[in-house]
Design a protein around this ligand. Structure first.
Ligand code: PLP
Length: 389
């Protein structure tokens, strides 16, 4: 309905909007906004973007993103959550918030590659000391802490080589020296590992993975329990102008409803396939935290309540890279591609010795993301490809 007295442009820009009275449905509505409207100047002046009880500008969120932040904080066992446009931007948001020139940060040698790359950039361009540590270091990390160490990153398990870190030991050593611990908790989706119950100060998730579940969205989150830490993260988030699209937020909200069931299905399927791989002579180690081959297996049993669909194997060293490449190429159901957590199975070979300061194992590392296909079909696919070797 247009107002006949107004010009066409005015009536298009100000259409008669009828609130959806008498309508109810399950999904969170997608509220798009750059401009957020205030009822008067007083309301505009009194609202602060730092205070999440009020809306101020699209960059600081709409009811849709506030809803997702609340749900992610709840799953993770935290109180506050800040969304970022990718998992990697969530990592850089944490590092930029808690590090200044002259500070020191410790990053595990098995961390997500771009986290280490971001660390090298901080070191080379911003005067921050960055050191990589053995992910199995445990409480001995205390010996690496310097007076200017401000932050320790952890990733558990490492998303390529799968070592499970002793987070409580790292947190104790860090906290007794006043150092913060941030964990990349993407592997567990916040379901199988509750970081704040083990002493972590800041948790980070790549929502791109299980939370989305669709291999179609990029998003990240930083979760805290402490409001002072959260406010510092929000300041950096504001200064960097990080925002997320509400259509993407909606997709993640939709994915969350089935996340626990999907995660459990990935876990069951991955363990069946890992067990089958363990029987094959081509494979010398199954790097899945539920197997003793995996460094930190006992820690996983102590601290985790499950696993997801991501694990790696080491081929016998008698197989050349050309052969393991052929193995990956000859898979039919498993596709070749980065990322994980979606319904499609993926397989990627890594040149692990080039990624690590001190990698001891021989044999080529191949990583599997087990999707939601029928397990027997996935095993048959791996079997036909192994048999071609
Ligand atoms: C994928 C991933 C990230 C980065 O997430 P993006 O959304 O792809 O930037 C960070 N950490 C881990 C462990 C990941 O697997």
């Amino acid at each position: 309905m247009t107002n006949k007295k107004q010009g066409q442009n005015t009536s298009i820009v100000h259409p008669e909007y009828r609130a959806p009275e008498g309508f109810a449905s399950f999904p969170t509505a997608i509220h798009h906004a750059s401009t957020v409207l205030f009822k008067d100047v007083e309301a505009m002046r009194s609202r602060s973007w730092l205070n999440k009880s009020a809306y101020t500008y699209g960059l600081h969120g709409t009811p849709t993103s506030f809803q997702l932040e609340g749900e992610i904080a709840h799953i993770e066992g935290g109180k506050h959550c800040v969304l970022a446009p990718s998992g990697l931007s969530a990592i850089s948001l944490v590092s930029l918030t808690f590090l200044s020139s002259g500070d020191d940060v410790l990053i595990p040698d098995n961390a997500y590659g771009p986290n280490k790359e971001f660390g090298m950039w901080l070191k080379n361009s911003f005067g921050i000391s960055v050191r990589f540590y053995d992910p199995m270091i445990g409480s001995a990390i205390g010996e690496l802490i310097l007076p200017n160490t401000r932050l320790i990153w952890a990733e558990t398990p490492g998303s390529v080589s799968m070592e499970v870190a002793d987070i409580p030991a790292i947190c104790n050593a860090a906290h007794s020296r006043g150092v913060l611990v941030a964990v990349d908790n993407t592997w567990s989706a916040g379901l199988a590992f509750k970081p704040f119950d083990h002493g972590v100060d800041i948790s980070m998730q790549a929502l791109t993975k299980y939370q989305s579940g669709g291999s179609d969205v990029l998003m990240g989150a930083v979760i805290t329990r402490d409001s002072e830490l959260n406010n510092r993260i929000l300041m950096t988030h504001m200064r960097l102008g990080l925002g997320v699209g509400m259509d993407d937020v909606y997709l993640v909200l939709r994915g969350l409803q089935s996340m626990k069931l999907r995660f459990e299905a990935h876990d069951i399927a991955a363990r069946k396939i890992a067990a089958w791989l363990k029987t094959r002579p081509e494979i010398i180690k199954v790097l899945h935290p539920a197997w003793e081959d995996c460094p930190g297996h006992a820690i996983w049993k102590r601290d985790f309540t499950g696993a997801g669909g991501l694990f790696s194997v080491l081929f016998d060293e008698k197989f050349s890279e050309a052969q393991t490449d052929q193995f990956v190429n000859q898979l039919k159901l498993f596709k070749i591609g980065f990322s994980w957590g979606g319904s499609h199975s993926l397989c990627v070979p890594y040149r692990i010795e080039t990624m690590r300061e001190n990698w001891q194992d021989k044999g080529i590392l191949v990583r599997f993301n087990i999707g939601l296909e029928d397990v027997d079909d996935l095993i048959a696919d791996i079997e036909q490809s192994l048999n071609l070797l």
